[in-house]
Design a protein around this ligand. Structure first.
Ligand code: ADP
Length: 480
């Protein structure tokens, strides 16, 4: 498919309901072939300010719209996404690289957040609390915070936006997002569908550009932005959170992870291997919830490694548009080089290369497995963001808990066991926002997604998801 033939191909920023071009453009490439896909408008800081003003102007009437009406518009947006799922998925695969089946999965998953929050829009409930004295009433009401600014990454070009936008719009906020420069087309296609759904001008704005620092500054420092939500690296998240302090805005940070994947000696090994494939190789290992460290009980390590190795050798790396591809390229050759540096250093430090590792250039990194990995290696402490399994062993539960928690991150974690007592004890010991127990794929709209420690704060999805976009007002009524 040539993306230019699609109705959803919109290579300009979407501001105040209009497609806004710029004097300059930037190239978006096909990640499997390197070919040019599009020249997209390179927005300036003035464009970003214009988008914030559009969102500010649209706020009062959007917030005042009865919840069922907002819900209906979100529902329509969801339905259009589902109707255009194949087209959205193709665009996503072309600009991001993941296999088409995975891209379709992301569209369904991303749309799921819009469906979920279309329903939650009606449940921005308040409270009535028994008063402390006669003649008084205590009422608690919830209100949209205002304009929301967001910055999103390239690994889920669709879903990382819908998770934020749907919650913001459901709560009655208006929204401005700067998608990653690598993958702006999916974001712009979403905006086109929002417009078609009848979501009013200015309620959702997408600003595409290469000067992420300058564009980000408007979102983090403008007094007209009430809340800032970021998904990306911990390094950048810290900078942006600091910038938000000057206006004391609300902040949500969904940052990096370093997920442990623990397999106990009582685990169902086949289930653990299947879960490991999902938790490690989805999106070629480029997700913040990817298993980064495999901790396998010493008595089952050989068995687990042998079965996982067999599965890994079945993976078919290639162009995501080819139907037999099960693993695509990394986002850039630079990303592959970084992964390779970690692998090479680990081997030099004594790890054993069992599969893959043969990379010289380009952005396709072969699925790789290392055993004999030790906790002091960089590949253990850093987020790999690539298709590399690192296997360490442990001998008892206490050691597994110490190893699992030995990271500054606290996003996802996984473990496999058939013992119900151990399941509760070990989950209690894990310092992570999310725990997959006998599950390798845990994210869905009904569940609260988010981390602790340096993985950030705030929750996306679930009944908790509106909290970050609303404030509570306590009303003390006297003289009754
Ligand atoms: P990733 O490794 O996923 O690229 P980043 O944190 O570098 O993680 O990028 C995530 C998002 O943050 C992207 O949209 C990127 O353009 C944006 N970004 C990166 N650096 C900055 C910055 N200094 N200010 C604002 N946005 C930034």
């Amino acid at each position: 498919m040539q993306p230019t033939t699609s109705d959803l191909f919109k290579p300009a920023s979407f501001i105040g309901g209009e497609w806004i071009t710029s004097n300059t453009t930037f190239a978006v490439t096909n990640k499997a072939t390197g070919e040019l896909l599009a020249d997209v408008a390179d927005a300036s800081q003035a464009h970003m300010t214009q988008a914030v003003q559009a969102a500010k102007s649209a706020f009062a009437s959007w917030a005042a719209l009865p919840a069922p009406n907002r819900a209906q518009l979100l529902r329509k947006w969801y339905e259009l996404m589902i109707a255009k799922r194949d087209e959205l998925a193709e665009l996503l695969t072309l600009e991001q690289g993941k296999p088409l089946a995975e891209a379709k999965g992301e569209i369904t998953y991303g749309a799921g957040y819009i469906e979920w929050f279309a329903e939650e829009a009606r449940r921005l409930d308040g409270d009535i609390i028994p008063a402390n004295s006669t003649g008084q009433r205590i009422h608690v009401t919830r209100h949209p915070v205002g304009v929301v600014g967001a910055i999103t990454p390239w690994n889920f070009p669709n879903a990382m936006i819908t998770r934020k936008a749907a919650a913001a719009l459901a709560a009655g906020c208006t929204f401005v997002v700067k998608p990653a420069r690598e993958t702006p087309l999916s974001a712009l296609a979403l905006a086109a569908l929002a417009k078609e759904a009848g979501i009013p001008a200015g309620v959702i704005n997408v600003v595409t550009g290469t000067d992420s620092k300058a564009l980000g500054k408007v979102l983090t420092e403008s007094p007209d932005v009430a809340k800032f939500s970021f998904t990306g690296s911990t390094r950048v998240g810290k900078l942006l959170a600091a910038d938000c302090t000057s206006t004391m805005k609300r902040v949500s940070m969904e940052l990096g992870g370093n997920a442990p994947f623990v397999v106990f000696d009582d685990a169902d090994i086949d289930a653990a291997v299947n879960g490991a494939m999902l938790a490690k190789f989805r999106n070629a290992g480029q997700t913040c919830v990817c298993a980064n460290r495999f901790l396998i009980h010493q008595d089952v390590e050989e068995q687990f490694t042998a079965r996982l190795t067999a599965k890994i050798t079945e993976l078919k790396m290639g162009n995501g548009m080819d139907s037999d591809t099960t693993i695509g390229p990394l986002i850039t050759p630079n990303a592959a080089e970084n992964v390779h540096k970690l692998v090479t250093a680990a081997i030099e430090q004594g790890a054993l290369l069992r599969v893959g590792g043969n990379w010289t250039a380009g952005n396709f990194y072969p699925p790789t497995l290392l055993t004999g990995v030790s906790p002091d290696m960089d590949i253990v402490s850093e987020e790999i963001f690539g298709p590399v399994v690192t296997i360490m062993t442990f001998s008892d539960d206490a050691e597994a808990a110490v190893l699992a928690n030995a990271t500054e991150y606290g996003l996802a974690s996984y473990f496999y066991s058939q013992n119900i007592g151990r399941i509760h004890r070990f989950a209690d010991a894990l310092q992570f926002g999310m725990v997959g127990i006998n599950e390798g794929a845990i994210s869905n709209p009904a569940a609260p997604f988010g981390g602790v420690k340096e993985s950030g704060y705030g929750r996306e999805g679930s009944k908790y998801g509106l909290d970050d976009y609303s404030f509570i007002q306590y009303r003390c009524l006297g003289g009754i």
